[in-house]
Unconditional design. Sequence first.
Lengths: 117, 112
Amino acid sequence: KAGVTQTPRYLIKTRGQQVTLSCSPISGHRSVSWYQQTPGQGLQFLFEYFSETQRNKGNFPGRFSGRQFSNSRSEMNVSTLELGDSALYLCASSLGGAGTGFRDGYTFGSGTRLTVV
Amino acid sequence: GENVEQHPSTLSVQEGDSAVIKCTYSDSASNYFPWYKQELGKRPQLIIDIRSNVGEKKDQRIAVTLNKTAKHFSLHITETQPEDSAVYFCAASYNQGGKLIFGQGTELSVKP
C-alpha cells in the first residue's frame, strides 16, 4: 500500500512569507503528527491531529499551525517565515485510535525540505 | 519538562564489532520507546521498539534493553556491517497519542 506522502519535497521561501505543507497519511490512518528536523535541534514535535482535532502540541510559537481534513490529510502552515525555520519537516501517520497507541504503523513520510532566504 | 538524552553523538566501530547507544528519559510516565534509523536524505525508519512492561527485546542483530528504575534504555547492534552506518534516534512516548520525544541522535559509522 502507499506510504505517507508529503508535498512538496522542496521549497524555497523568503523571510516574512508564509508556507503550507501537505501530508497524506497511509490509507486508514487517522493520526498525523508533524516534526521539525534541524542539525542543531534534532527532531522536535510540532503537533498531532486525530480525527480533525489537535490532540497534542509541542513548544513552537503560534506562527506554526496545522489542520486535518475529514479524509485525514493534514496541512501545516508557517506564517511570517524566519531564517531559523529552514528545516526538514516530517509528518508521521498511525492508526492512532484509543488503545492502539503506537502499535499500528507509525510511519514517517520523506519530508519537505524548507529553505528560508 | 519532557526530555530524552542520547549518547554518544558519534560512534565509530570496525565491521563485526558491537555498537551500543544509550538514552535516558525524564518522565517516569513514559511507556513506549522506539528506535529509528535515518540514512542520509531519507526518512526515519523504525528498527525496534520496546514497551514499559518488557525489559528486553531482540530482533536478529538488534536488541533493546530498558531499565525503568533508572529511566535508561539502550540499543545494541552486534556484528555490525557497513550498511548499519546511519544516524540512530531513540524516542520516548509520554501518552497514547502520536507524540514522540526524540534524543539528539547518534551518527554511527561502521568501517570495513
